[in-house]
Design a protein around this ligand. Structure first.
Ligand code: PMP
Length: 357
């Protein structure tokens, strides 16, 4: 039986990425050595890093005055690197989830944080709208996709101050206009690579403006000056990221991926709305994430939660348990998730309804 991987992250990766990485773990670029045991300064790995950065730029259409970095420390280290490097006095944060709140908490070490809006009171089940962003803030920070709550902001803000975005769980899933952002960052372990590498896209002119000294490793400029090779980069995740980027390009790039993602999400949300046993957790349909689909048992059917989990598991569904703060189920349907797996989950929900209503 096929296992359908709906895990929120680390999560499903293209089979192409897994196979190519498995090959390189045994024999990397004809060296007779594993990619795990060669020097990151050797010409074979430098070629991987260069190509990964070039493809990253090409696929996202990143302007020349931005740098692309691959760093350790995950997205969580960016929660502190962003204010360390960009915040002089004050920054504005939109609080749409636990990750957004964690980013905000780190910024408080560096200056004044203005929370422009929050949906915390209702367990982050909607995206606040109509808030004001102070024009004298050093930057505005938001999380485009809230992995835990299944909400998403699919628009680029057009502001006079730099916009900083955590795109950990929706990078490469939809088209974005990078020129509208000052900095974009994220962990790789959703749409790109195994855990261990984070990506940063930063507009060069924003750096070097804060008065404080910045420790070498936490200074973006260090990594720009050294092509993400100041210290040993996470070589295997970077190698895997390159494979995913190649796969993405071969499959029509981000525009094609976005279309499929919209179709997959529509299929699953339609079933949630149709099926009398389930309901979505997000308040407004326009805030629903195309990446993480959260749903719970409908009113009156709450006691069936465990039964459905067992049933779905018996049918090969993996990783659909909702985050403990939301409960119910969360199906993460990242780029690599095939439509057939989404259909398998839908079939499972429909079959369960037949036998329980
Ligand atoms: N931001 C978002 C939106 C996330 O989903 C996650 C991880 N799930 C993080 C940040 C934290 O990433 P990391 O574990 O790489 O620090």
């Amino acid at each position: 039986m096929k296992t359908h991987n709906f895990s929120a992250g680390p999560s499903i990766l293209p089979q192409f990425t897994i196979e190519k990485t498995a090959e390189a773990i045994k024999d990397f670029a004809g060296t007779g050595l594993s990619v795990m045991e060669v020097s990151h300064r050797g010409k074979e790995f430098i070629a991987v890093m260069d190509e990964a950065q070039a493809l990253f730029r090409e696929l996202l259409n990143i302007p020349d005055d931005y740098s692309v970095l691959f760093l350790g420390g995950g997205a969580s280290l960016q929660f502190c690197m962003v204010p360390y490097n960009l915040m002089s006095k004050k920054a504005a944060y939109l609080n749409t989830g636990a990750w957004a709140a964690k980013a905000q908490k780190e910024a408080k070490f560096f200056g004044e944080v203005v929370e422009v809006a929050s949906s915390k009171d209702t367990v982050y089940n909607y995206i606040p709208k109509g808030f004001e962003i102070p024009t004298d803030a050093d930057y505005f920070h938001f999380t485009s996709n809230n992995t835990i709550y299944g909400t998403q902001i699919r628009k680029d803000f057009d502001l006079d101050i730099p916009v900083v975005c955590d795109m950990s769980s929706d990078i490469f899933s939809r088209q974005i206009d990078v020129s509208k952002y000052g900095l974009i960052y994220g962990g790789a372990q959703k749409n790109l690579a195994p855990a261990g590498v984070a990506f940063v896209i930063v507009k060069n002119e924003l750096l070097g403006k804060v008065g404080r000294p910045i420790p070498t490793m936490l200074n973006y400029q260090t990594h720009i000056d050294n092509g993400s090779m100041f210290n040993t980069p996470p070589v295997v995740p970077v190698f895997a990221a390159l494979q995913t980027l190649k796969w993405l390009k071969d499959n029509g790039g981000i525009a094609a991926m976005e279309k499929i993602n919209e179709e997959k999400a529509a299929m699953l949300y339609n079933e949630i709305d149709r099926n009398s046993l389930f309901k979505g957790t997000v308040l407004n349909k326009e805030d629903r994430s195309l990446m993480n689909v959260c749903f719970i048992m409908n009113d009156g059917y709450e006691t069936l939660e465990k039964d459905f989990m067992d049933f779905a598991t018996s049918k090969g569904m993996s990783g659909i348990k909702g985050h403990r703060s939301v409960g119910g189920f969360r199906a993460s349907i990242y780029n690599a998730m095939p439509k057939e797996s989404v259909q398998a989950l839908i079939d499972c929900m429909a079959e369960f309804e037949k036998t329980h209503v």
